[in-house]
Design a protein around this ligand. Structure first.
Ligand SMILES: [Fe+2]
Length: 318
């Protein structure tokens, strides 16, 4: 695999308060070096025999490859972040930023604070779209490799000294202000539009019970916290409960094999939530049985362990 050089995206002579000399030096020396290093490491990795090369050699090369690849990608994004007048964020992007940060001003203050905090150090500050949650976050990265997994960065400021020293000396604050004055917001919005097309990772689908309503542990917890009436039934199988030590606070254990023996205890007016160990099978089956009998029953997705992972209260198993 050969990585090709990307032409400089911004037009250096149009920038406001950032000289072409700085951009040329940055592009040629830092971006160029990252790309050449990446190709050299890639060659080396392709040439070696993983069956006979010591593991620490492969590991070092792969770490270097990740750093050079991210440095290449982030430099390309950095140069593509510049070239506008930095003023108005276009409407679509502005509403996404407002949704996720409260306001454009608040986003801006956080982004600038993160960048200024890297003065005297080095790293990147990125505005990144995270498909898992469909939201934007600001991220500070102390080196090239700290990017958010699965995230799509759409705006980047380079906070390595080579990005500003020629024009600004050690005055990182002036550099950050100049960067903000030159952001190409239309280009950022285009990248945002592309990023939101990335599908989130697929969620767990309970194929056996496609219609069965589920609740998240967060929803169950907020019902409990609000003091709402809710009947929570731990339906972990009997063989499992012989070694169970704890159970969800507020739940009662009932044997899923003997629903007919305890179904009469339940109220038909209050909702019922069932769950098992991981939320896959028994909790769903019991919820379905209860729904067929006319109860407003749902299963708690993720079961006992999702509750515990969310630090929900537990008690000793009775
Ligand atoms: Fe750089």
């Amino acid at each position: 695999m050969r990585y090709n050089i990307a032409p400089l995206y911004c037009r250096p002579w149009t920038l406001n308060g950032i000289t072409p000399r700085l951009i040329e030096s940055h592009y040629e020396n830092d971006y160029g070096s990252a790309l050449n290093r990446l190709n050299n490491i890639t060659d080396e990795l392709e040439r070696l025999d993983p069956a006979t090369t010591p593991a620490h050699v492969i590991s070092r090369l792969k770490r270097d490859e990740a750093a050079a690849l991210n440095s290449t990608l982030l430099h390309e994004l950095y140069f593509a972040s510049l070239g506008g007048d930095g003023r108005a964020v276009p409407d679509e992007l502005a509403s996404a930023v407002t949704r996720d940060f409260g306001s454009v001003l608040r986003w801006r203050q956080e982004f600038i604070a993160l960048a200024e905090a890297l003065a005297g150090g080095s790293g990147w500050v990125l505005l990144t779209y995270v498909p898992r949650d469909g939201r934007l976050v600001n991220q500070s990265a102390a080196d090239h490799t700290q990017s958010i997994s699965g995230g799509v960065p759409i705006l980047a400021i380079d906070m390595y000294e080579h990005a500003y020293h020629l024009d600004f000396g050690a005055n990182a604050t002036a550099y950050v202000a100049a960067f903000m004055r030159n952001i190409d917001w239309d280009a950022v919005q285009t990248r945002y539009r592309n990023a939101v097309k990335v599908e989130p990772p697929p969620k767990l689908v309970q194929k056996q019970w496609p219609e069965l309503p589920a609740m998240t542990v967060e929803e169950v917890k907020s019902m409990l916290d609000a003091g709402e009436r809710i009947q929570i039934i731990d339906t972990r199988p009997r063989h499992y409960t012989t070694r169970a030590q704890d159970m969800m606070e507020g739940a009662v254990w009932r044997d899923p094999e003997r629903v007919e023996e305890w179904i009469g205890e339940l109220s038909k007016t209050d909702p019922v939530v069932t769950f098992c160990v991981y939320g896959f099978h028994v909790g769903c089956e019991t919820a379905e049985t209860l729904r067929k009998a006319g109860f407003d029953a749902r299963y708690m997705a993720g079961g006992h362990y999702a509750w515990k992972a969310k630090k929900g209260a537990v008690k000793l198993f009775e």
